[in-house]
Design a protein around this ligand. Sequence first.
Ligand code: GFB
Length: 323
Amino acid sequence: MSARPRIYIAGHRGMVGSALLRRLSEMDAGEIVTRTRQELDLTDQAAVKAFFATEKIDQVYLAAAKVGGIHANNTYPADFIYENLMIETNIVHAAHMSDVQSLLFLGSSCIYPKLAEQPMREDALLTGPLEPTNEPYAIAKITGIKLCESYARQYGRDYRSVMPTNLYGPGDNFHPENSHVAPALMRRFHEAAEAKDPQVTVWGSGTPMREFLHVDDMAAASIHVMDLDAKTYAENSDPMLSHINVGTGVDCTIRELAETMMAVTGYDGELVFDSTKPDGTPRKLMDVTKLEKLGWKASIPLKEGLDQTYQWFLSQSGQIKSV
Ligand code: GFB
């Protein structure tokens, strides 16, 4: 690797990619390379191959993905499986062909079986049926892990993967239907507080449990794992079970999240639960023992992270992503 590595962030305009860009720039970690979707279509195999052939990249953060909440996953399964598979296979293969030795793939906690033992250890992977609402997305993310492992096993590439729990933070998607639960509720409570609505509807029963990690913590964890020296990493990694969970180790019910969001936004009306909407998987708490053993722990508490995100949301007034 050259003295100043050329670091490509795939997906630098997304929530995770932009957090990685902020942090790597602050650290002055190297020459950061980015491309917008207009400049490089990551589902186009030839274009991705040409990009890697000319750019002399040393490290790749693979944070590009089609993502969304429970409704989007359930409504657009073809888009979720197709786009994610294309992005991953194109980037991993082209990186290998252009002799890129280091790559970090970002997956998701939905790779684990719907009824996995809690907290979910890395070895729960492929031990049972997946949650149906996001199975196509999960299959694509499992493929990403297996791509990294396969290029490591066959070609000696140092391709690693991290599996974040549910993320939130600046740069999130606040679409009323397609977003994840944290940004969806932040926007709904904010608008209800402004309009002085007496009630706010929360989907499902409110009993499912989720773990929430601030995206700045995720960026820090990703860089930590990417930068682990090869010996430490190899000593703690099984070649056929190499992914590493990233989470806080703490979860809460959707009802508790909604109540926290009321405090964050200053909404003091009534909560109503809409049982016609899906609950999804009952619980999704990461076992973060492996990552802690490797020297990293989350540091942003949920309330503090949501307060900070709400300030960001307010600062965007009308410009928030809503696609
Ligand atoms: O973030 P979310 O959509 O995704 O959260 P998952 C869904 C949970 O929050 C369900 C409840 O229990 C919903 O019933 N919920 C309540 C809401 N109100 C709302 C709302 O207004 N919007 C949304 N979206 N949910 C996703 C996967 O699963 O997690 C993805 O579909 C990905 O593949 C992501 O893995 C991290 O946690 O259920």
